[in-house]
Write a protein that binds this ligand. Structure first.
Ligand SMILES: Nc1ncnc2c1ncn2[C@@H]1O[C@H](COP(=O)(O)OP(=O)(O)OP(=O)(O)O)[C@@H](O)[C@H]1O
Length: 251
């Protein structure tokens, strides 16, 4: 592990019945950076992401977070350490308002019961903090709107707000731009940039222009292995990366 790394993997490997989906991956995510995991279809990005977020247990290899071995921990354990996967515990309830959704996430963080029918006075204590997370993701105008009525992009912004309510030190985002309009992509990109000012972000992302715009560092996977690492200018010129994308029909 290097000094500046907040999350590191060494020799990370995942086999599914003899098929090696992730093969001996070494990865260092620098503290404070926006790090993207990219690669053609079937490269092993999702599997790698699931290993790092402890949704899957590796066949072999080790993961450290802040210098601590987290290989054997559960995703709930690592969330308590500040390593939180967006949309992990933060499903959006469509019939509740934006404010109510963020409030519930805050209650969860503080270990309150799920009894959100409790007294209005208690609930109001959470409102100030909830409103500040809502402002952070640009949803103030929609505070009292039912989550189910929001546009797709705003729903994703709300999911990020509920994740921020858990006060993560590092956020893992699984294809944050999937299914978004260009306008939403721009809004969520600005949001990710804003929340990254005092956090570390690792994301799997298919949209290469987003990756080019947002990421400080990129790990390219192909056939389960690390093909290249570096900034966008470096990896996008790498003949191995170009071949892998063209070979996979992304050309
Ligand atoms: N549970 C599983 N059992 C068996 N094989 C799996 C399983 N999960 C993933 N794989 C295989 O592992 C390989 C990598 O899959 P993965 O979903 O991690 O790739 P990816 O890079 O995220 O792909 P995509 O961009 O298409 O989402 C694929 O060949 C996939 O079929």
């Amino acid at each position: 592990m290097t000094e500046a790394a907040i999350l590191s993997a060494r020799g990370l490997t995942k086999e599914f019945k003899g098929f090696v989906a992730v093969n001996n991956v070494d990865l260092d995510v620098r503290r404070g950076s926006i790090h993207a995991l990219i690669g053609p279809n079937g490269a092993g990005k999702t599997t790698c992401f699931n290993l790092l977020t402890k949704f899957l247990q590796p066949t072999s290899g080790a993961i450290t977070y802040n210098g601590r071995d987290i290989t054997g921990l559960s995703s709930a354990d690592i969330a308590r350490l500040g390593l939180v996967r967006s949309f992990q515990i933060s499903a959006v309830f469509p019939n509740l308002t934006v404010l109510e959704n963020v409030r519930i996430a805050l209650q969860r963080r503080r270990g309150d019961s799920y009894d959100f029918w409790r007294s209005e006075t208690v609930l109001r204590e959470y409102d100030d903090e909830a409103r500040s997370h809502i402002a952070d993701v640009g949803l103030t105008a929609f505070t009292d709107e039912r989550a189910g009525e929001l546009s797709y992009g705003r729903k994703r912004a709300l999911e990020i707000a509920t994740t921020l309510a858990l006060n993560p030190e590092m956020l893992l985002l699984d294809e944050p731009m999937a299914g978004m309009t260009q306008e939403d992509v721009e809004r969520i990109s600005a949001l990710i940039r804003r929340i990254a000012t005092n956090r570390t972000i690792l994301m799997v992302e298919h949209n290469l222009s987003v990756v080019a715009n947002l990421s400080d560092h990129i790990t390219v996977l192909a056939r389960g292995e690390v093909l290249a690492q570096g900034d966008y200018a470096t990896v996008s010129k790498d003949p191995k990366v170009i071949d892998a994308y063209i070979g996979a029909g992304h050309g």
